[in-house]
Design a protein around this ligand. Structure first.
Ligand SMILES: Nc1nc2c(ncn2[C@@H]2O[C@H](COP(=O)(O)OP(=O)(O)OP(=O)(O)O)[C@@H](O)[C@H]2O)c(=O)[nH]1
Ligand SMILES: [Mg+2]
Length: 272
């Protein structure tokens, strides 16, 4: 059943889920699908560097029609495909929206990356940034664009806090301070109240988007960083700025776009 208090709008809410490797992004998407697929028309795009592992995990979770879950393989630089050259992701999202029109929400999982990768607002309308308690209680204090300015910060796997010596309340308090009071959700898939709060947030965001009340914000570019390349030297990015290549790299350039990672990305055909 589709929520009936949401006015029709041309396009689905595109909701990004980003955060470091293993913090629980796929699991959160699985929870959202499990909780909301009876009320909303959902689709999922996953980003992995070399595989379609996340899409396969989500299909096997049995929480959404497997046809509605598609994978983008980004090659290297997973953050690049969600921020600097979003072409492959945008095409994947638009294909999904067209094939299953009308959709209410398309969830886009970023490749697991470092603390500072965020989605471009040209790709998504709102984004969740995910930390987990197992990454350490002090992570929330470290700041960065996702922690500071994502629409929602999730402190995940709170059920593990006791085992890793993390004070969840303190971690949430630190996160709220880093965000100037913006919303922080302490989550565990084993705590249904917290799962209900997550679903409530997605519903509110969907409603605000449909009513034109939500204005996508750009959390800001990631910090300058370096990649080792095949020829043994480092290749630096200053995201958000023009950069030039003085020598040959295995980088793929799309006309009109700035840069995409080191192997030609492709969207594999739909699983069927
Ligand atoms: N204890 C506990 N484990 C969780 C929870 N959520 C996820 N996990 C586990 O954390 C691990 C990583 O979860 P994923 O959802 O694959 O994390 P991810 O961020 O998608 O990982 P990448 O895509 O590889 O970056 C898995 O073993 C999950 O079962 C939780 O709430 N509690
Ligand atoms: Mg994942």
């Amino acid at each position: 059943m589709v929520e009936d208090d949401v006015p029709p709008r041309a396009r689905a809410l595109r909701l990004g889920v980003a955060g470091p490797v293993g913090t629980g992004k796929s699991s959160i998407i699985a929870l959202i699908c499990r909780e909301l697929s009876a009320q909303m028309r959902l689709g999922v795009i996953t980003n992995d560097i070399y595989t379609d592992e996340d899409a396969r995990f989500l299909r096997s979770a049995g929480v959404l029609d497997p046809e509605r879950i598609r994978a983008v393989e980004t090659g290297a630089c997973p953050h690049t495909a969600i921020r600097d050259d979003i072409t492959v992701n945008l095409l994947a999202v638009e294909d999904l929206e067209r094939d299953f029109a009308p959709l209410d929400v398309v969830l886009v999982e970023s490749g697991g990356d470092n603390l500072t990768a965020t989605f471009s607002p040209a790709l998504i309308d709102a984004q969740i940034f995910v930390l987990d308690v197992a990454g350490g209680g002090d992570v929330a204090r470290k700041g960065g664009p996702g922690i500071g300015r994502a629409d929602l910060l999730v402190v995940n796997k709170t059920d593990l806090a006791a085992y890793v010596g993390v004070d969840v309340e303190q971690m949430v308090h630190d996160a709220e301070a880093a965000r100037g009071g913006s919303e922080v959700l302490a989550l565990s898939r084993h705590d249904q109240d917290s799962v209900d709060r997550l679903s409530g947030w997605v519903r509110r965001m969907r409603r605000a988007h449909a009513r034109g009340e939500h204005i996508p914000i750009d959390p800001g570019p990631m910090a300058p960083h370096f990649h080792a390349s095949g020829d043994g030297h480092e290749h630096g990015h200053e995201h958000g700025h023009e950069h030039e290549h003085e020598h040959e790299h295995e980088h793929f350039h799309v006309p009109g776009a700035e840069h995409i990672g080191s192997s030609v990305p492709h969207v594999p055909p739909r699983a069927g």
